[in-house]
Design a protein around this ligand. Structure first.
Ligand SMILES: NC(=O)c1ccc[n+]([C@@H]2O[C@H](COP(=O)([O-])OP(=O)(O)OC[C@H]3O[C@@H](n4cnc5c(N)ncnc54)[C@H](OP(=O)(O)O)[C@@H]3O)[C@@H](O)[C@H]2O)c1
Length: 318
């Protein structure tokens, strides 16, 4: 290859790296607050955005409970976090959001063990899985992304109130904008489209977070709904592409300047620590700033109706 071609490729690479460095700085949470003395629960903390959130919170000296369905994967995440920081405390607890019995068992243990819960991050998620059902008969995406977290949050709510000021972070997605809540068929038994199923479950996250913040206003527990942005190199795409393709994505993410998990968790960290958000609740956040609610998430009547149905379907009320 001619020298000038090598120089063009090398120059292009250096330029990309400079752009990447600049955009990376812009994407990081600027809030300096520590989390010393705070206990945070993160669902799905064994990989992707959840693991990155746990690492960032540990760096800020938090006591972090990794709530995961596979304890071995969670222990591997602990080892990864420990290679990157010796700060904070890391605890693994089993939680399978596809089983209401597991959610109840997890909350029972946490309430026995933890006198404070300062932060709850509802992060775990399933993306575009083929039609399947949870142990309790919910469609898998709606069951894990919404129903499991609905029961989890409600069972931990009194302890969050006792620990006020405390914060609940609901991880949704901008894809919620294309979602609808099919009140006559929440479990998609009359027809299933895996893309719509994901959007619907993420809209349910937004509506849950809106109704929750109304119901607990004045208790000192704030609710933030977060869109982490497109982070293609997490495991989220496991149902739509092979592990090999996902491995190839990691260098592509760096080269194209797309978001890494570490960058994807920044808005969650911002909503967890930012002191300027102390009086803010019922907000939608992306890229470490508040954004207006979408039209779909603006339907407060639907939020109330979904809450009442979810109470019945998760057995919270008869
Ligand atoms: N990545 C993106 O581009 C993007 C964009 C917008 C929103 N989000 C949202 O961000 C959140 C995290 O996604 P991610 O990209 O980090 O995905 P990920 O790497 O696939 O992580 C998902 C986590 O959820 C856990 N999970 C799945 N089913 C579970 C269950 N039944 N019980 C308990 N945990 C369960 C997974 O555990 P296992 O490893 O054991 O399966 C994993 O820890 C999700 O809510 C997602 O909707 C992601």
């Amino acid at each position: 290859m001619a020298w000038w071609k090598i120089c063009v490729v090398a120059g292009g690479y250096v330029l990309l790296m400079i752009i990447r460095r600049i955009t990376r700085q812009r994407r990081l949470c600027k809030s300096p607050e520590t989390m010393k003395g705070k206990t945070a629960i993160i669902t799905g903390a064994n990989c992707g955005i959840g693991e990155a959130t746990a690492l960032e919170m540990a760096k800020r000296h938090a006591r972090v409970i990794l709530a995961c369905r596979d304890e071995q994967k969670a222990e591997d995440a602990v080892k990864y976090i420990r290679r990157n920081t010796s700060n904070g405390e890391l605890i693994v607890r089993k939680l399978d959001l596809a089983s209401l019995a597991s959610v109840r068992a997890f909350c029972g243990k946490i309430l026995e063990e933890e006198r404070h819960i300062d932060v709850l991050v509802n992060n775990a998620g399933v993306f575009q899985s083929l039609y399947g059902k949870t142990e309790d008969g919910f469609e898998m995406q709606m069951g894990v992304n919404h129903f499991g977290h609905f029961l989890l949050t409600n069972l931990l709510l009194d302890r969050l109130k006792e620990s006020a000021p405390s914060r609940i972070i609901v991880v949704s997605s901008s894809l919620h904008k294309g979602g609808i809540i099919k009140f006559d068929d929440l479990n998609s038994e009359k027809g299933y489209d895996k893309k719509k199923g994901y959007s619907n479950s993420k809209l349910a996250n937004c509506l849950f977070s809106r109704e929750l913040s109304q119901r607990i206003k004045g208790t000192g527990v704030n609710v933030y709904c977060v869109s982490p942005g497109f982070c293609p190199a997490t495991s989220l795409g496991r149902h739509v592409m092979s592990g090999f393709v996902r491995t190839l994505l990691t260098p592509v993410v760096v080269l194209l300047g797309l978001k890494t998990s570490e960058e994807g968790c920044q808005t969650i960290i911002y909503c967890t620590v930012a002191s300027e958000l102390a009086d803010v609740t019922d907000g939608y956040f992306a890229s470490c700033r508040q954004e207006p609610w979408s039209e779909a998430a603006g339907d407060l009547g639907a939020a109330k109706k979904l809450w009442e149905l979810s109470e019945k379907m998760t057995g919270m009320i008869a």
